[in-house]
Design a protein around this ligand. Structure first.
Ligand SMILES: [Ca+2]
Ligand SMILES: [Ca+2]
Ligand SMILES: [Ca+2]
Ligand SMILES: [Ca+2]
Length: 248
């Protein structure tokens, strides 16, 4: 019996570790303090997940050409998503943001994992077009009303790429998400990489379930995001004050 228990513990440990590193679940700490300014210094205690150049339906030749790291934190008002994009050529200004350099964040608030979009599902597209723009009113595109829910984002250039530090409201016309330890919502991150101004060249995808670039119309392809308690390395949200920075 004891031997069986040890075996079971080993299997469970392997399962948990495997899940933690695969593109199926992200553990988002809360309540954390984040300042939207394009500087990710306060994100040091958050877990950044690498999406390498060959993870997705449109692989790139190298991580220097296209790759990203993302992390998620929350307080009681916002879901903060930081996406650190490595990209050799930054392109914006074509007709559609998804044909230019852009990241897409996907939310399935009720985690129903339906195969078509419900009202509580959204594709939130934030493009390089917002580099240096208004943090409170970035250009947001995407499906099912994502442009109207009040997403904020500091989008800045960096050496060899660009950074999106965004805040998605937890309460808006589409959903009312209340973070609690163990609560799960649907979540995914994509990167559209255009390097020549003639449409998208590469498509990177975090969720292991999205093997055919179908998240834009199928929430069942999203991964999971699980809220967990704050780890000590992350600054707590304090008095819930959110200090919005500005790009100099
Ligand atoms: Ca910041
Ligand atoms: Ca590129
Ligand atoms: Ca849903
Ligand atoms: Ca690019």
């Amino acid at each position: 019996m004891k031997r069986y228990s040890v075996f079971l513990a080993l299997v469970l440990t392997f399962f948990v570790v495997t899940v933690a590193f695969a593109g199926t679940n992200y553990n988002a700490q809360f309540p954390a303090k984040v300042t939207l300014d394009g500087n990710l210094n306060e994100w040091g205690g958050a877990e950044f997940i690498l999406v390498p150049h060959d993870k997705g339906t449109g692989p790139a030749p190298s991580d220097a050409d296209a790759s990203l790291k993302f992390a998620v934190l929350a307080d009681d008002k916002w879901l903060y998503v930081a996406i650190d994009v490595t990209d050799d050529v930054i392109i914006s200004g074509e007709t559609d943001d998804w044909q230019d350099d852009s990241v897409e964040v996907y939310i399935d608030a009720n985690h129903a994992r339906t195969e078509t979009y419900e009202d509580d599902d959204a594709q939130i597209t934030i493009g390089a077009a917002s580099i240096g723009g208004n943090i409170q009113k970035p250009k947001i595109t995407g499906s099912t009303g994502a442009a109207d829910i009040g997403v904020q984002a500091a989008v800045v250039k960096k050496t060899g790429g660009w950074i999106v530090e965004s805040a998605i409201p937890l309460k808006c016309t589409k959903w009312d998400i209340k973070p609690a330890v163990g609560k799960v919502i649907g979540f995914n991150v994509h990167f559209n990489d255009d390097d020549d101004g003639t449409g998208r060249d590469h498509k990177l995808i975090w969720s292991d379930r999205d093997t055919d670039d179908a998240s834009w119309n199928n929430p069942a392809r999203f991964g999971d995001l699980t809220f967990i308690a704050l780890l000590t390395a992350v600054q707590p949200s304090g008095k819930l004050a959110t200090t919005w920075g500005s790009i100099k």
